[in-house]
Design a protein around this ligand. Sequence first.
Ligand SMILES: C[C@@](CO)(OP(=O)(O)O)[C@H](O)COP(=O)(O)OP(=O)(O)OC[C@H]1O[C@@H](n2ccc(N)nc2=O)[C@H](O)[C@@H]1O
Ligand SMILES: Nc1ncnc2c1ncn2[C@@H]1O[C@H](COP(=O)(O)OP(=O)(O)O)[C@@H](O)[C@H]1O
Length: 314
Amino acid sequence: MNKYTGKTFQFPSPAKLNLFLHVVGQRKDGYHELETLFQFLNYSDNIEISVTEGTEITLLTPIEGVKNDDNLIVKAARLLQEKICLINTNPLVVMGAQIRVNKILPMGGGLGGGSSNAATILVALNLLWQSDFSTEKLAELGLSLGADVPIFIHGFSAFAQGVGEQLTPATPKEYWYLVSKPQISIATASVFSSPDLPRDTPQLTSDNFNQYYRDEYLFDNHKYHNDCQTMVIKHYDEVANLLAWLVEYAPSRMTGTGACVFSRFSSEKEAIELQKKLPNGIYSFVAQGQNKSPLISVVKIIENRQNESNNWLN
Ligand SMILES: C[C@@](CO)(OP(=O)(O)O)[C@H](O)COP(=O)(O)OP(=O)(O)OC[C@H]1O[C@@H](n2ccc(N)nc2=O)[C@H](O)[C@@H]1O
Ligand SMILES: Nc1ncnc2c1ncn2[C@@H]1O[C@H](COP(=O)(O)OP(=O)(O)O)[C@@H](O)[C@H]1O
């Protein structure tokens, strides 16, 4: 009997920022080699999962414009099922789920919402279906769904290399951010296929990063920048204009391939003050950087609670 069957649980699926994003080369298969500094935000989608018997995966809250079969939530759940079936032939194994997602993260914003949803599903169902795969194995599975999935599975801020899967833990200061976005979304593939994307930023390497990174140097564009921003501001006036406006008030940069940009503050109050001044038609929220993903603590709490109630029954 699976101890979680018939029960419902809530899991956070946080946003990430790329505090900087350097394109340092391109692989033979076309994928770009990156060096980036990831930090989570305390701003998350919420995913509710009810564990059911059998193998049915039902997403009760479809996302507009994304077919359920293409939704990274469903794809991640099916991928985990496939891997469980390879090691377990017991037909009574519990691998069903009814899933609801409350999405607050904008899509195509560079906040990694889709990858984060996939990671939350892999980590949560690994617990609830009791499949017991290691974090490394889940990250390996996740990488086949998207380059950003491993960071959300590991759940610590990191300097990342490769396509974003080689992680060195990092602890950038947990500043407050105003995240804002013009009413456009930018497809990751269109940025990486552009001839205007700089692809030759010299590599930092993890040793150099560890030795020389300081939060106060982050917005010194000679040291750290976002190469995708160079391409995006050339092609999207909306982002160029928003960034030009923001930098008059606070250090600001684009995250990932955009279209969200973040502005850094020492306090929540200062971030909210600038939010009030934003030009009309700009989507925005204020959140704090977090070096630990809230997903990992929620998983620990559920595990501990369940163990305590089992001990009490025994
Ligand atoms: C750029 C980053 C930085 O964190 O974030 P986003 O802005 O998308 O959130 C990520 O590396 C994005 O990762 P992810 O969103 O998973 O990208 P994928 O779906 O794997 O890739 C979409 C397409 O972009 C191109 N691509 C992606 C990543 C990469 N390192 N090189 C590439 O050339 C490939 O053509 C790929 O088919
Ligand atoms: N659960 C999901 N949440 C968000 N986007 C998803 C999801 N499943 C599939 N997608 C697709 O992934 C694309 C990228 O979304 P997202 O990860 O939010 O943006 P970004 O990669 O810019 O941070 C979306 O435009 C959408 O087509």
